[in-house]
Design a protein around this ligand. Structure first.
Ligand SMILES: [Fe+2]
Ligand SMILES: [Fe+2]
Length: 207
């Protein structure tokens, strides 16, 4: 049975298992449903950025074999996701749009890393984990809101992948920094991320 709606119209179980403290406002779902082509184009770029972030982290954590191997597999998987979203665009007579600004991720990085010295290395992994977690929540919302059955099933499947990816980043952060340090920093970043989501104007983009 579905959870009762929160005050903003989303439901509790879209956040299930995720470190997020702020549910996406229902106005975001409305903005997305009003412009599905735009969100598909934005989503394709999100997959490309996820792949390129994984590749750049491989260089940054080059001495951590376990992490490098996982990032290698992640970059491949994100590229497969990009190909699939691109196929969806093409099958609908759409093209990959020019890349848009990345305000959510930039703001998250800027605010989470402000004033930090020793935690920057931990933050890079946790911030990636939060981006995956927010994508997971929003794909769950898309899976339950879209009327288009193939697209709904597509987002249901991708929400599972994003849940897996957020766990990957948090488990490596925890392994490298210790469970207590990672948990404490996760709670701090969750508050910042929630504040950013609350303050952003809903638009037909993934973040
Ligand atoms: Fe992906
Ligand atoms: Fe992902």
């Amino acid at each position: 049975m579905a959870s009762p709606p929160c005050s903003n119209g989303t439901t509790d179980d879209t956040l299930l298992g995720l470190p997020l403290v702020e549910p996406t406002p229902h106005a975001w779902v409305e903005a997305v449903l009003a412009n599905v082509p735009r969100v598909l184009g934005d989503h394709a770029h999100c997959e490309l950025k996820a792949a390129s972030t994984a590749l750049s982290l491989m260089g940054r954590y080059a001495d951590d074999l376990e992490l490098v191997l996982d990032l290698c597999a992640l970059a491949r998987e994100e590229m497969r996701h990009f190909e699939r979203v691109h196929q969806v665009l093409v099958s609908r007579g759409l093209r990959l749009p020019p890349v848009g600004p990345d305000d959510y991720v930039k703001e998250l990085r800027r605010r989470a890393q402000r004033g930090l010295v020793g935690q920057v290395s931990l933050d890079a992994l946790l911030i990636c984990g939060f981006v995956e977690a927010r994508s997971c929540e929003r794909f769950r919302l898309l899976a339950r809101s879209l009327r288009d059955e193939p697209l709904r099933a597509f987002y249901e499947e991708l929400a599972l992948a994003e849940a897996r990816h957020h766990e990957l980043f948090f488990s490596h952060a925890s392994r490298r920094a210790g469970a207590d340090a990672a948990r404490a920093r996760t709670a701090e970043i969750a508050a910042i991320e929630g504040d950013i989501v609350r303050s952003r104007k809903p638009s037909p983009r993934i973040h």
